[in-house]
Design a protein around this ligand. Structure first.
Ligand code: GDP
Ligand code: GDP
Length: 437
């Protein structure tokens, strides 16, 4: 589990380390007897109101008296902006507003991260109104404190803790893959889930005498935990007679956002419908992997070519299906339902793939060399460099002199080129342009 980071920044001598020690001092009073807690002067675990976090004194991180103060303070702020979840700007209420406070405040503001403004050395709280002039920094309410005596530091910590990222925003269990089974009513979603888990599974909760439907059902498979999200919703759907279409639309909206991979079911006796495509696009646009299961295959009259022809016809109709793996299965007989799980693992592996920056640029240079972007109002549009910035789904940023002038068809060309190079079967990919000169 990674703890959020709170960084303290500000000019020298405003009282950063005094404040830092006060914050960790409170913690020490509680956990002093815990062995193995490493602590150093500049970086320490802390807690307040039940929330745990790290606090960093950037003034202690960057110490180099050879450089001008202005540079030092800016560098501190840069480190803090890069590393921290919440930024605390400490100022000196005795001395009043300083031009350097303005500069740092501007940097912090433009970082977009939450900032708390502390006005320290307010030893005569609450009588002294000196902190009011710090409203001018545009960082919201100035919090008057006296780090020396501790006055006001509780309120300051309350505010800091309020701004910490939600505890449930912590990283997921890496062994877990969240799977949503989606598709129109009656295509066989509940049958598939029941087949995978065994019919009529009921979970008995800890309280004696109560039984309830589990919201999600988990299955261990090849070292991964497959969590089938909202399996209770599938049961509910079976009971809802009217408004089934609407119900399934709302359910899909919700579950695709919560899923890593969607198992999209269609009815093999009916072929793919407009609504099927809409559901699949919902999942794709939400960044989930997609595996298409053509269900009820037991009912389809077929020869050795039927499956291939069907895939070909679907892909001609809907280009993005080129990137979606297709499986023919029967939830009724159990034919190939386990294979669907293998395909989920593979789609998630593709979704987690990282391409080296050098490979990205090799492919990009080749594509741009073969077909450069069209000029925009007489100006050449250049694409200089690209890199993968995240996974799940794989997301690329390409740097251009005129990022807003790259036309949609050219983006499609790059997208198709990336697909030719790396395929990414079963996962959407994203490509963004950013400005660089
Ligand atoms: P930093 O260099 O910005 O980390 O600041 P320090 O924590 O070293 O504090 C600088 C000076 O301000 C020290 O002499 C502290 O004792 C003093 N100081 C810190 N907090 C307060 C306070 O709340 N009131 C007063 N009067 N002095 C303080
Ligand atoms: P859901 O609404 O998508 O959850 O669909 P259900 O799982 O409730 O299935 C709807 C109907 O199709 C039920 O009568 C199932 O028995 C039937 N069904 C589901 N899968 C198959 C299959 O692979 N083959 C056949 N023949 N029938 C199926």
């Amino acid at each position: 589990m990674t703890l959020p980071v709170v960084a303290v920044v500000g000019r020298p001598n405003v009282g950063k380390s005094t404040l830092f020690n006060r914050v960790i001092g409170r913690r020490l009073a509680i956990v002093d007897d815990q062995p193995g807690v490493t602590r150093d002067r500049n970086f320490s675990p802390a807690d307040w109101a039940g929330r745990h976090f790290y606090i960093v004194d950037t003034g202690g991180v960057i110490e180099d008296s050879d450089r001008p103060m202005d540079r030092l303070v800016r560098e501190q702020a840069e480190v803090a902006i890069r590393e921290a979840d919440v930024l605390v700007l400490v100022t000196d209420g005795k001395e009043g507003l300083h031009p350097l406070d303005q500069k740092v405040a501007e940097m912090l503001r433009s970082s977009g991260k939450p900032v708390v403004l502390a006005v320290n050395k307010m030893d005569n709280l609450p009588r002294d109104p000196a902190h009011h002039e710090f409203w001018e920094l545009g960082l919201g309410e100035p919090h008057a404190v006296s780090a020396g005596s501790g006055k006001g530091s509780g309120d300051l910590l309350d505010r800091i803790v309020e701004l910490l990222p939600a505890a449930d925003a912590l990283p997921d269990d890496p062994t877990q893959i969240r799977v949503a089974v989606v598709g129109k009513p009656n295509v066989g979603k509940s049958s598939l889930v029941n087949r995978l888990f065994g019919e009529e599974r009921v979970v008995v909760s800890d309280e004696a005498g109560t039984t309830r439907d589990p919201v999600d059902s988990t299955m261990a498979y090849h070292g991964r935990n497959l969590v089938f999200v909202d399996t209770a919703g599938l049961r509910r759907q079976a009971k809802v007679k009217e408004d089934l279409e609407y119900y399934s639309y709302v359910r899909t909206e919700r579950v695709v956002r919560d899923a890593d991979v969607c198992l999209m079911l269609i009815d093999g006796t009916q072929g793919i419908s407009h609504q099927d495509l809409r559901i699949m696009e919902q999942a794709w646009e939400a960044g989930a992997g997609v595996v298409l299961v053509v269900n009820k295959w037991d009912l389809v009259e077929k020869d050795g070519f039927t499956a291939d022809l069907m895939v070909k016809a679907m892909r001609e109709r809907t280009p993005f299906l080129q990137w979606v793996p297709v499986l023919f299965a029967s939830a009724l007989t159990g034919q190939r339902v386990r294979k669907a799980l293998d395909m989920v693992l593979e789609a998630e592996a593709q979704r987690q793939r990282r391409i080296d920056t050098s490979d990205v640029n090799d492919v990009l240079q080749r594509l741009v060399g073969r077909q450069p972007p069209p000029h925009s109002r007489g100006r050449p549009v250049k694409i200089r460099y690209g890199t993968q910035v995240r996974v799940a789904p794989p997301t690329f940023v390409l740097f251009s002199n005129l990022p807003r002038e790259v036309p949609a068809h050219y983006l499609r060309y790059i997208h198709n080129g990336f697909r030719d190079a790396w395929e990414f079967t079963g996962t959407p990919i994203r490509i963004f342009f950013r400005e660089s000169n």
